[in-house]
Structure formats: structure tokens, C-alpha cells
Design a protein. Structure first.
Lengths: 252, 358, 293
């Protein structure tokens, strides 16, 4: 079953074809790696998928629903959540609040109930706290729930970003270089966590990564992007041994 | 599970302390008044301390929690002041009960200012931070300028408006001019007592503190901290910007109603850019996002200049330095490094002294 | 004839706005901040000229030159002390600091010169021109302001396009990080931008106070804000935009004061700002800026 189907997605910035006819099909439950040299347009693909940029051309179908041209908010509600290459946490809020903001659209009570502390406020806040702690526990962050997210060590900030994305209850999770800046032990742990959440939350994952050990270790399929277009696509062992791919990475 | 309880208690405890502080200050003031120990000067300041505190707390919602600089907060106060005063002057004979009349005036002031807040919020929300600041300034000045040339009167035929002068209102004999252009409104009933003002301050504080510690408040702060990330988790930025803007405006409207019911004449020229900046100084000095700080700094900065001649003469100069120094202190890399060093030194000293105790 | 007089006055006032708007537009283009204190630098320039001419009896040319030097130093000092440490701070913090600097200058002037407005003697030695048997009179200030404004625009445009420093400015305004990689000294470029903006502001100050004569510690604030409106109107970051925006704004202001309402002139100017930002937030000649994700 197709979770994400992208056809001929293109965008250019002032004449530069950042992404050119990008097509990919990600099946439900798959873990897909998106790799490519710096400036290949990987993050731009994420920005197109999440509605930060509007594509010049092409179509994005999520779980049978056309989401092309929708706003980031609508796309999140449709079921795509993401993390960012340069971590974007709500720095002045606690770890718990970061996750609770992710829960925003799934647990609802009105502003009025909040201001006047009506029963629905207490009821929903309690359920939100429980859910948020449940997610934090998966990432081993429940002990740090009350500290400011800006004060977390780097590796945990990356994890919190994934936790926050998960809180929106997505069908498809986009991870933009989740292991960037982590040491080998942390990367190892992250790989385990990704495997766990994938099962637990029935997720389809598309991830951008430079750490080939992680990519080869957990991805089931790999897509190689170069100069905004497809260079290779397929199983890890095939793609990573493809001479074209090696040339693109190492140069001539 | 235990830590969860602690978290709820922490924010609740902070608001209990603030409410307690206000109540204690109120009781002390009342005791001084009853025993005849409070000077007239101070008695005249009591209500104004409250409305400035309301202004500071409400501005803190936009500046501290939403992270947007509004330079037109005085404009909302002005709208509330005029709306409330016009209402009270029209109904002073019809509604004899002061409590009911003043409550209605407060609600009307809040609604009028709040509606303008929604309107302005809708207009500015697409703009980047610094443009937004300029546009709020522009709105504040427009409100002030228009009210400065506005004449309103009423007679048996109803309400008359003019932008020229009182004569062109064409009132019949016995008609009353309510708003006299630059001369403003005078003779509004003095309904704003100290007790009412303190109650309104408490209500304002609780509205904002509860809002901030709720789902909507978290959305507002998420927009402040990172609007792109907020959108990515499905927060509707437009909705929450307008929400914060209009609540802040409505509360400033309440402060305006207090103002106009505490003073002999209300003139729109008093609600200019300078007043907006003064309120901003209260917020910055008290700490952006710190509501108790806003109240304390509003009260102190209203009180101190009346008693210290030095402060009165150099008031604006000191305000300007406060703005610059506070921002540099909070953000300049050199200051941040110095602060971190100081706090780690302090921590080391505490550790050492603890060890010695053992 | 009446209309023509108003139109000329409008263009003259607009030229002053254009000159002041240059400072805003350059600083915004390069440092991405609204320098709120720019209007008050103009006021300081006015007081320098006033003091040198009226108190010390210096000749107008040297007085303006001295004001240019003082304003340049002032602009650079403000940048160095108040804005440079905040390069990485959120725009809210920078804006609040800029407002603080603006207030600081106003209140220092207030302490030195008092609140009373001073009568500023024109620095322009040109006589008024009388046309159509005296039915149309063009003041000397107008005769000098309009051409001078054009000369400054052309000169500045030439400087930015042709000189190495000017091209560095363009590079910084396009992409700060890339400019650093290209070997542009960003700090120096920003400092030079403030210096040039402030020096031009001193000329604007001489022209403005010569035409309107009243000088007080707050007389820079409102023209400053209006010049910012002009910069936004024309498209922030664009030099020809500042000129077009300034002149249009000046004409609209004078005409609406003459034909709509004297007291609502400022309100109309601000209304224009709001309408422009709603309809075309990039202004007449501005370009869209995409935020990096």
C-alpha cells in the first residue's frame, strides 16, 4: 500500500532547479533513506513535502489524498510530521511543553475553558500530560520533562524534536539528518529508538542522513538525489555499490 | 508522576504569590487610608498604579509571550477610555446604580478595544516582526489623530458626529456635546475606585496567567520561540496571533475605562507613542514574559518619580537607558558570558560553603 | 496656481523624506533592522548646525560639514555600542534597543537645549523664484532641495554599483554568510553603511530645518518615521525606491493637508503605510525575501 506518492515534483529559485522532476513512492511501514551530496536538494524536498515551499510542478499524494499546495498546518493535520536539520525546538519552554505543543491538535479544549479553568481544562490537561510522558519515556526523556529544552544536551535535543513530531500522531515521519552531530554511541542508540517507534506507532519514515552506517543499518530502501534529480533508487546494497553514486559522493 | 504534580504546583504557586502580594498591598493601603496615614498625593496615585499595571501585564502578552513588538498599546487604552466615558456620560441618569453602570462601561471598553485588536491583528499578522511594530505604531497614531478631531454630540434625534467642530454637529437646543475634539471628554463620573481597580488588576492578571498556562498559551509561546516549527506541528499561527493581540487589546481597553473614570478630562493627545513606550519600559524592566515583574515595575515606576525629584527630572532619560541596558544585558554575547561565569562562580561558592558546613 | 504651489511643496518635502529614507533603506537592506534612532540623528544634525551658526556665527557651509562629521561619528558609535552586540539577538531585542537609542538622543537634547523650539536660520543662500507675475513663488529651499536630492541618489547609486565597498554592501544584503566566504568584512560594511546613512541624514537635516525653521528635541522623530514609511512605500532596500516613495509620500501629505484636513495629515500618511503593506508588502520596487528553513 502506498503511503506517499510523489510525481514530478519541481521547484526552482531564480533559475536554479533546486528540485527537478522528483518522483518517489514510499510504501506503508517502509523506512526510506534520502541521501545525496551537499546541496543536492534533500532538505528542499522536505520543505516541499511539508508545504514550506509551494512546488512549481508535480503532485504529492499522502495515503490516497492529494496534499499538493496545502499549507504546512494542513499538511501536518493530514499526517506528515518532520524534524529540522538545524534543530528548531521551542527553546524557552520545558521539554514537556514541547511535546504538549505537538499534541495541540489531538487534544482539544477551548481558550475560554483554559482562561476560566473549566472542567474540560483539567480533564484534557491530565490526558495530555499522560500522553506526553508516554512519548517522553520512549525517548528516555521523561526524567528531564521539567527542564528547559534549550538546556538539554545536543543529542537529546534531536530526540526531543522527534518526540514532538511524533506527538502530532503522523502517518509519515520526515527526519532531516537525525544523527547529525552525534557520536557513534548516540547514533547507535538513535537507530534503536527509530526502530522502536516505527513499530510502536505504526510509522512510515523518510529520512535524510549523511551517516552511511545509519543509512545502511536501518533503511530498507535508499533514494539518491543529485543536483535536484534522481541518481539512483533501490535496495541499500545495490545503491551504495552503484559506481554513479560513489562518483557523485567522492567526485571524479 | 510525582514530578508532574510539582509542575502544576509550580505555576499555580507563582500566581498565588502574585495574587497574595497584590492583596497584601491593597490591605496595607486601605489600612493607611482608614487611619488617615496616607498622603493625598499617594491616594491620587492608587488608581493610576492599577491601570498602568494592567497596561503592562496586557502588553506583556504580546511582547513577552507572543514575541511581537506592539507600539500602539496606548491606542487601545485610548479607545477603551473614550468608549467607556461616552457610555457613562450618556447613561449617568438612566442607570443610577454605579456598579452596574461601571461594569457595563468596563465591558464596553474591553469589547471596543478588543474588536480593534482583532482588526489590527488581522491586518498585521502577515507582516514580519519589525514591520508589525511600525504598523502598530501607525494604528496607535491614527486612533489618536482621529479622536483628536472628532466631535460627538447627542440630542433627541440621536448621536451626531463631526470631524470639524462642535457647531457642525447641528445639535438642537438642549443637545449635549460629548466629545469636543482636542479638548476631549470632561465630566465623566468618577466611578473608578481603588477597590474596583485592584479587582480589575487581579482579573487581568488571572486571565493572562491562565491563558499562558493553557493549550492556547502554549501555542502562542510556540509561535514566539519558532514559528516555522510551530507550523510544522500544526499550530495555526494566524489564529493565535489574533487571539493574543485581541485579548491584549481588550485588557488595555479596561485600563482605559479606569483611566477615563478617574480623571477630570480625557484627551486623546495623552495616548501617544510616548505612553506606549512607557508601558514597554515597564514590561522590559519587569522582564519579558514575567507578569509579576510587569506589575512591580509599573507600580514602582509610577510611584518613584513622584517622590524622587531626581527621577522626575531625568525620567525619560532613565527609561531610554533602561531599554538599551536591559537588551544588551540579556543578549550581548559579552554580557551573556559574564553572567554565565558569575552564576557558575556563585554555584561553586555555594558548593564550597555547603562542604565546609558538613 | 494653488495646486501647483502645493505640488511643488510636496515634491520638496518628499525630497527631504527621500534623503532621510536612504538611511533607513540602506541599513534595513544590510543589517535587516529598523534603525529607529535615524530620525533623531537628523535632529542632532539640526542642533549642531543651529549651534555653530547662531551661537558661534560660523558660515552655513562649514556648519553643515561639521554636522555631517558629527552625525557620521554618532551613527557609527550607535552601531558599535548598541546594535553590533545584538547581531545574533532576536529582532524584538534589536528593535527595543533602537527605540531606546532614539529616546536617549531626544532626552539628551532636551537636557542640553530645553523643550522650547528654536528658530532655525536657513542655510540656503538662494533667493525665492517668482513666476507668473508673482502668482507662483518657489522658495530657495525648494530650488535647492529637489536637485540636491537627485544628485545624492545618483551619486549613491553609482557608489554602490561601482565601488568595492558598495559591492560589498550588496553582497552582505543578499547573503551575510556567503559574503563572509567571499572575503567581505561584514562588520566593517555595516559600520560604513551607518556612516553613509548618517552623513546623508545631516544633509537632509539641513534641508528640512531650513524649510521648516522649527527645531526641537522631538522634531526628528516624526519625519524619521515618515521617511521610514517612504522607504517601505518605495520598497525597502531599494535606493530608487526610497526616492520614489519619498516624493510620493511628500506630495500626498501636502495635498491631503491642503484639501482634506490639516490635522489628519499624519493619519493619512500612516494609512498609506498600512494599505501599502497589505496590498504589496514589498513596496513599489522591492523584492520578496524568502526565509531560510
Amino acid at each position: 500500500m502506498e503511503m506517499l506518492k510523489v510525481k514530478n515534483l519541481s521547484i526552482s529559485f531564480g533559475g536554479l532547479h533546486a528540485v527537478d522532476s522528483f518522483s518517489i513512492t514510499v510504501n506503508k511501514g517502509e523506512l526510506y533513506g534520502l541521501i545525496g551530496p551537499n546541496g543536492a536538494g534533500k532538505t528542499t524536498v522536505f520543505n516541499l513535502l511539508t508545504g514550506v515551499y509551494k512546488p512549481d510542478m508535480g503532485q504529492i499524494i499522502l495515503d490516497g489524498k492529494n496534499i499538493t499546495g496545502l499549507s504546512p498546518v494542513e499538511i501536518n493535520k493530514a499526517g506528515i510530521a518532520r524534524t529540522f536539520q538545524n534543530i528548531r525546538l521551542f527553546k524557552n519552554l520545558s521539554v514537556l511543553d514541547n511535546v504538549k505543543i505537538g499534541l495541540h491538535n489531538n487534544y482539544n479544549y477551548s481558550t475560554i475553558s483554559g482562561i476560566f479553568r473549566l472542567p474540560s481544562y483539567f480533564r484534557t490537561e491530565k490526558r495530555m500530560n499522560e500522553k506526553a510522558y508516554e512519548i517522553l519515556e520512549v525517548f528516555g526523556l521523561d526524567k528531564e520533562a521539567d527542564i528547559l529544552s534549550a538546556n538539554l544536551p545536543y543529542g537529546k535535543q534531536r530526540k526531543l524534536e522527534i518526540a514532538r513530531a511524533l506527538a502530532t500522531n503522523p502517518k509519515l515521519l520526515l527526519l532531516d539528518e537525525p544523527a547529525a552531530g552525534m557520536n557513534p554511541a548516540e547514533t547507535e542508540e538513535l537507530m534503536e529508538t527509530i526502530t522502536i517507534i516505527r513499530k510502536k506507532y505504526d510509522l512510515t519514515i523518510l529520512l535524510i542522513e549523511h551517516d552511511m552506517k545509519l543509512v545502511a543499518g536501518i533503511c530498507e530502501k535508499i533514494f539518491v538525489l543529485n543536483f535536484g534529480t534522481e541518481l539512483a533508487n533501490g535496495l541499500p546494497q545495490d545503491v551504495l555499490n552503484n559506481p554513479e553514486v560513489i562518483k557523485a559522493y567522492l567526485g571524479e | 508522576m510525582k514530578s508532574k504534580m510539582l509542575k502544576i504546583n509550580k505555576s499555580a504557586r507563582s500566581s498565588i504569590i502574585t495574587v497574595g502580594m497584590i492583596l497584601i498591598a491593597y490591605i496595607i493601603c486601605q489600612a493607611l487610608i482608614v487611619t488617615g496615614n496616607m498622603s493625598n498625593l499617594l491616594q491620587n496615585l492608587l488608581v493610576s498604579m492599577c491601570y498602568y499595571a494592567i497596561m503592562a501585564v496586557s502588553l506583556n502578552l504580546t511582547v513577552g509571550f507572543l514575541g511581537q513588538l506592539s507600539l500602539g498599546h496606548a491606542g487601545f487604552m485610548c479607545l477603551g477610555a473614550f468608549a467607556g466615558a461616552i457610555f457613562s456620560k450618556c447613561t449617568v441618569n438612566a442607570i443610577q446604580n454605579t456598579f452596574i453602570r461601571f461594569t457595563l462601561a468596563i465591558l464596553l471598553g474591553a469589547v471596543v478595544a478588543g474588536l480593534f485588536g482583532i482588526f489590527i491583528g488581522t491586518v498585521v499578522l502577515r507582516l514580519r516582526g519589525d514591520y508589525l511594530a511600525i504598523v502598530t505604531l501607525a494604528f496607535g497614531e491614527i486612533i489618536k489623530n482621529v479622536l483628536n478631531v472628532l466631535y460627538i454630540g447627542y440630542d433627541s434625534k440621536g448621536i451626531h458626529l463631526s470631524m470639524k467642530d462642535a457647531i457642525s454637529l447641528n445639535l438642537e437646543d438642549g443637545g449635549i456635546v460629548l466629545v469636543k475634539g482636542a479638548q476631549g471628554i470632561s465630566g465623566t463620573p468618577r466611578d473608578a475606585t481603588f477597590t474596583v481597580s485592584v479587582i480589575l488588576l487581579l482579573i487581568t492578571y488571572l486571565i493572562i496567567v491562565n491563558l499562558v498556562n493553557s493549550r492556547s498559551g502554549r501555542a502562542i509561546m510556540a509561535i514566539r520561540d519558532n514559528s516555522i516549527a510551530a507550523e510544522s506541528v500544526g499550530i495555526n499561527i494566524t489564529k493565535y496571533k489574533i487571539l493574543a493581540f485581541s485579548i491584549s487589546a481588550a485588557l488595555a481597553g479596561i485600563a482605559g475605562v479606569l483611566y477615563s473614570h478617574n480623571i477630570a478630562t480625557v484627551q486623546s493627545s495623552k495616548f501617544g507613542y510616548n505612553l506606549s513606550i512607557m508601558i514597554l519600559v515597564f514590561v522590559v524592566l519587569g522582564g519579558m514574559g514575567n507578569l509579576r515583574g510587569s506589575i512591580i515595575s509599573a507600580v514602582l515606576l509610577t510611584l518613584l518619580p513622584e517622590y524622587l525629584r531626581f527621577l522626575r527630572d531625568y525620567r525619560m532619560l532613565i527609561y531610554s537607558i533602561v531599554l538599551i541596558v536591559m537588551m544588551l544585558y540579556n543578549w550581548a554575547p559579552a554580557c551573556v558570558a559574564w553572567r554565565n561565569k558569575l552564576s557558575s562562580n556563585l554555584a561553586a561558592m555555594l558548593k564550597k560553603s555547603k562542604k565546609e558546613e558538613l | 496656481m494653488n495646486f501647483l504651489t502645493h505640488l511643488l511643496n510636496g515634491i520638496s518635502l518628499g525630497s527631504v523624506y527621500s534623503i532621510i529614507a536612504l538611511g533607513y533603506t540602506m541599513v534595513y537592506g544590510i543589517a535587516k533592522m529598523i534603525n529607529f534612532a535615524h530620525g533623531d540623528v537628523i535632529m542632532v544634525g539640526g542642533f549642531i548646525i543651529f549651534t555653530l551658526m547662531s551661537t558661534l556665527g560660523l558660515n552655513p557651509f562649514f556648519s553643515v560639514l561639521a554636522a555631517m562629521i558629527v552625525c557620521t561619528l554618532l551613527g557609527m558609535t550607535i552601531e558599535r555600542i548598541a546594535y553590533k552586540p545584538l547581531r545574533k539577538a532576536p529582532s524584538l531585542a534589536v528593535l527595543i534597543t533602537a527605540i531606546g537609542v532614539s529616546y536617549l538622543l531626544q532626552n539628551l537634547a532636551l537636557l542640553i537645549y530645553g523643550a522650547e523650539s528654536k528658530s532655525f536660520t536657513s542655510v540656503i543662500p538662494v533667493k525665492a523664484l517668482s513666476l507668473f507675475d508673482g502668482r507662483l513663488s518657489i522658495s530657495g529651499e525648494t530650488l535647492v532641495t529637489i536637485p540636491l536630492c537627485i544628485v545624492i541618489m545618483i551619486g549613491l547609486n553609482f557608489f554602490i554599483k561601482k565601488s568595492k565597498t558598495g559591492r560589498g554592501m550588496i553582497a552582505v544584503s543578499e547573503d551575510k554568510e556567503a559574503a563572509v566566504l567571499m572575503g567581505v568584512n561584514v562588520n566593517k560594511t555595516i559600520a560604513i553603511t551607518f556612516a553613509i546613512g548618517s552623513a546623508i541624514a545631516a544633509i537632509g537635516s539641513a534641508l528640512m530645518f531650513s524649510a521648516y525653521h522649527n527645531l526641537s528635541p522631538t522634531s526628528g522623530a516624526m519625519p524619521g518615521i515618515k521617511a521610514f514609511v517612504a522607504a517601505v512605500f518605495g520598497g525597502i532596500g531599494s535606493i530608487p525606491g526610497a526616492m520614489i516613495g519619498g516624493i510620493l509620500l511628500g506630495v500626498i501629505e501636502i495635498l491631503s493637508r491642503a484639501y482634506i484636513s490639516t490635522q489628519l495629515g499624519d493619519a493619512i500618511v500612516f494609512l498609506i503605510l498600512i494599505v501599502v503593506l497589505l496590498v504589496k508588502p514589498t513596496g513599489i520596487l522591492g523584492r520578496k525575501i524568502q526565509e531560510k528553513v
